[in-house]
Design a protein. Structure first.
Lengths: 384, 384
């Protein structure tokens, strides 16, 4: 299939590009490289060194003979976006190209505005470009489980049947996002739903949980094919961050009580899910919403798993509860459905002790590069 | 009360400023005047001639001795917004300052992006400025009944009690907006809800129906105090548009079957509602959502009412169904609650034949200025 991966320079976008290319898809990898600039601005850095996009696609071609077309492109330019889609006439689009850090979006008014404008405008431009130039193309958009918040009822996949005052309807599941970033994804979801209904856009919105992992077989083929790994307070997601903390003997920092439950999945499963969505497109005018995670954990459970895996590697690890910089429930009901992707054929790679051990070993290779001054949270949800 | 009215140059913002000033409030009227520029760009024009903001506030002072402070301000500037709020330390803010036309937002990608960026960024800046400089100020924000769409169950006021798989929660009412403009209001609503929860912002979100009317006693005091009146396809709301059509003998153009049901209210009641919300603020961290309309009508019922009122003025009026430029249900269940504002003390001015007759007479005074080339819809929700 001819597919454009937007956000192809990111933690997930790059392995997705490799995974799809390895499986015979024609991949166009597009990115504006802004994440590398945000690293400079935030004083953060991928723990695993990453090559330039140019070097990456050259190395991939040299090793496999497969070509990934690299295109520097900013989705906030409607003209450039439309031109790219017109040129390549993709059958599918995978859209990762968003500012994806909750703490980043909470730094200041400027960061909140930048996040929402970047994400909402990029997605709007993509929708208009699809309508204009590739109306039959299937959009696979990365959303987040964080759109739902933590309601006291089961979380369905995007829609819920509501009976109210003796009448029934199937309605969009209520959204209670927890940061300006998560809000931007809710805005996107509403915009996409509207264009499916009104223009006949076909889309799959993947409400993804928290991803962990250091790579996939394709990224492990060569140092220049590796994907980024973030452990800092701004970009590091919790399991990756815990592994970095364990590697340098830093306590595993649990925010608040640690009863926060979320959906998690292995990086390998992100790629499976994206490909399953792509290979099973929905019809014109349809919006399919899938919850993309394989397991639910509390933060405490994750910390305990990392501690236990670290022990078996003779790493001494302590768990420390620190003040929660976020505003969120720390003990709550959480039961989210995820049967849609399983039904499409997802075979989960679960979070075994082996998986965590392998992550710890990989991270340990780079432990001298870990800046422990970038681990504790510097951005608070509420000030003053 | 010291109140800043944002969007004070608009159809509703100006009468609101007068109404509040007449009742003893200290009013700061802020606007970036963009609506007058949009008129130039769209080739549209208020049927009722309107004076500049400077002339308006001077005339008001000359007639009543009351001062309205006029401030040219663009909410998309965080620095200007924060400075204004720091300077005046308002107890309440009334926020009308948004691009408010569904057809305008559907003209092109640029118009969709402009609408969402203008509305979302303006509101975000206002929220950050409140947090920074006036955390105790009560935000009265104009939303729209269009945020809900037309669900097959009763529409509650912002929240709905859901029982699902044996568990219960009170959740944000699901949103199904019908244009990029309506979507922008949904985005705002989610952003506001988040800041109430996380920062302790206090806010009332008024989900307003379609407003009709040519003025209020204060705008009728002098030609320079009048508010705008839009009858064209971009800015004209349905009852106002029908009155203009009746005045020039143009058929009343009903989009599609005309079974579309919406909430309506008299301009006078908008002002009552805003003042009631202002005078009954919610506590810190609370978000109150009120549905602001007084009556439900189908488009067919409105057309018949205008036809009947026109007949009694010896105007011959025909109703014509034309292809619906929008994508919406034309026959549907619609039962929206509006008890919140009634409980606060709203005394509705209902849509009597007298009210419509008075509108028709007022509009007839300007009928030579009606451009019948601007009545039929030029913007379609779906193209090609």
């Amino acid at each position: 299939m001819r597919v454009i991966v937007f956000g192809a320079d990111g933690y997930l976008g790059w392995p997705t590009s490799l995974h799809l290319s390895a499986r015979g898809h024609d991949v166009i990898a597009a990115d504006n490289l802004i994440r590398r600039r945000w690293d400079v601005l935030c004083g953060t850095e991928s723990l695993v060194p990453i090559a330039s996009m140019k070097r990456r696609v050259e190395r991939w071609k040299a090793l496999t003979g497969r070509e990934i077309k690299w295109e520097k492109l900013d989705l906030t330019s409607l003209a450039d976006t439309t031109a790219l889609i017109t040129q390549y006439q993709p059958e599918a689009i995978v859209h990762f190209a968003e500012q994806r850090s909750a703490p980043y979006s909470m730094i200041s008014a400027q960061h909140a505005v930048e996040t929402q404008v970047n994400n909402v405008v990029g997605t709007l431009n993509l929708l208009f470009a699809l309508r204009e130039s590739a109306p039959d193309c299937h959009l696979v958009k990365l959303g987040t489980m964080g759109e739902y918040g933590t309601p006291n009822i089961d979380i369905e996949e995007g829609f819920i049947d509501i009976e109210h005052n003796g009448r029934k309807d199937r309605l969009p599941y209520p959204k209670q996002p927890g940061s300006f970033y998560h809000l931007s994804k809710v805005h996107d979801s509403h915009n996409i739903m509207f264009t499916c209904r009104v223009w006949g856009i076909r889309a799959t919105d993947l409400n993804q949980g928290v991803v962990y992992g250091t790579g996939i077989p394709e990224t492990d083929m060569h140092g220049e094919l590796r994907t980024r790994f973030d452990y800092d307070d701004i970009w590091g997601t919790v399991l990756n961050r815990f592994c970095a903390q364990a590697a340098v003997g830093h306590p595993l920092t649990v925010y608040g009580k640690g009863g926060q439950t979320r959906g998690y999945l292995n990086l390998k499963d992100t790629l499976q899910c994206v490909e399953l969505a792509m290979n099973n497109p929905v019809g014109r005018g349809k919006l399919r919403i899938l919850n993309q995670f394989t397991e639910l954990f509390t933060v405490n459970e994750l910390a305990e798993r990392v501690r236990d895996a670290a022990r078996s590697l003779d790493l001494k690890v302590r768990i420390q509860h620190i003040a929660n910089p976020r505003k969120e429930l720390e003990e709550h009901y959480y039961n989210a459905k995820n049967s849609g992707l399983i039904e499409l054929g997802l075979k989960p790679n679960l979070m075994s002790e082996q998986v965590i051990s392998d992550m710890l070993k990989r991270v340990a290779q780079y432990k001298d590069a870990i800046d422990t001054g970038k681990i504790l949270p510097r951005v608070a949800w509420n000030v003053g």
